[in-house]
Design a binder for this molecule. Structure first.
Ligand code: SAH
Length: 213
């Protein structure tokens, strides 16, 4: 597991690219600048790690595009100590970004293979999520709720009700909603049954699938 000067240089270029695409949050940019993304990808794709692109990982899934990770994280407005729930652990790259921001991270993955692989891998890089869970993100994580933020990293055909109800008042849910193409959507909880909704344009994710396997 090597992180060389070359990798660091490529990472700074990547930071510039996503900055030019409109990401402003310095803490998010710093996190992208720190995390060795090439180590989250299968070795055959090493050369592609610092392009602003999504790439295949195990179990037919993808590591999200860095711009998308940054965009979603910026919307989440993470403060150190915030309790954050991530749906779709995948490679663990987004989990690492949340750890870099000082969040207390819970993350759910429905593919056992990915859950196992990422559970072993993240601590090796020094990223310690509070809890990685093998389960179904549609139901959230009631026993640990409420969360200051919930981030869904797969395309949801609809907004799962449990996720809204597991937010603190003032909490934020960032979720791409749609079937083939998703609209990035932010919900802010204003009261027990009162949610503010904002939409932020089109993105493409692998689908949020029900149950686990
Ligand atoms: N955050 C990841 C993105 C991975 S792609 C990263 O940074 O690499 C989306 C992930 O969501 C996949 O790993 C997929 O298996 C997972 N997923 C799909 N449906 C799910 C569900 N219902 N609950 C939890 N995870 C799910």
């Amino acid at each position: 597991m090597k992180d060389t000067f070359k990798h660091k240089g490529l990472r700074q270029q990547l930071v510039e690219i996503i900055k030019n695409k409109g990401i402003k949050d310095e803490k998010v940019l710093e996190a992208i600048g720190h995390i060795p993304r090439h180590l989250f990808m299968d070795s055959g794709f090493l050369d592609h790690a610092y392009q602003d692109k999504a790439f295949p990982i195990a179990a037919d899934q993808t590591i999200s595009q860095p711009y998308t990770v940054a965009f979603q994280t910026e919307l989440l407005q993470v403060k150190p100590g915030d309790k954050i729930l991530e749906i779709g652990t995948g490679s663990g790259y987004q989990t690492a970004v949340l750890c870099e921001l000082g969040a207390v991270v819970y993350s759910i993955e429905r593919q056992r293979e990915l859950y196992k692989k990422t559970s072993k891998f993240l601590p090796k890089l020094g990223y310690r999520a509070k809890k990685l869970i093998f389960g179904d993100g549609y139901i959230g994580l009631k026993e640990e709720a409420p969360f200051n933020g919930i981030i869904v990293t797969a395309g949801a055909p609809f907004v799962p009700k449990p996720l809204l109800s597991q937010l603190t008042i003032g909490g934020r849910l960032v979720i791409p909603v749609g079937d083939d193409i998703q609209i990035m959507t932010l919900y802010i909880r204003k009261g027990l049954k009162d949610f503010e909704k904002h939409e932020f344009g089109e993105f493409r994710f692998v689908p949020l699938l029900e149950d686990k396997n």
